[in-house]
Design a protein around this ligand. Structure first.
Ligand code: ZN
Length: 113
């Protein structure tokens, strides 16, 4: 006898990201690392913000646009990311790229503690 059953499957996929400034496409897991080096800006503006009270502010920028626009103010330090001092900390500190936000959320999510 043949039986039929319904199965629901949830699949999470990282989507292609397009730079909001230049339109460059950044493909996840591509050999060129453009996707990994992108900067994602997402925050809710606070009271009296220049962006408007409570508005959501978002942008995805490729590394080339970040360099072109922000280079005068960026502090770039020659550094070896494989040195022991760079081992993962319990909680990252500072501004994050989107892929780093998962780690921040995992640390700050009380249900995962
Ligand atoms: Zn760009």
């Amino acid at each position: 006898m043949q039986h039929t059953r319904t199965r629901t499957e949830t699949v999470t996929e990282t989507a292609l990201v397009t730079c909001d400034r230049c339109g460059r496409e950044m493909v996840p897991n591509a050999q060129d690392c453009k996707h990994q080096e992108r900067i994602a800006i997402r925050f809710r503006a606070g009271y009296s913000s220049v962006f408007g009270d409570g508005n959501l502010v978002e942008a995805d920028l490729c590394q080339h646009c970040v360099k072109e626009v922000l280079e005068p103010w960026l502090r770039v330090t020659v550094d070896d990311p494989f040195e022991p001092k760079h081992r993962p900390k319990e909680k990252p500190n500072g501004a994050y790229q989107e892929y780093q936000l998962r780690d921040v959320a995992a640390v700050e999510d009380p249900l995962k503690k």
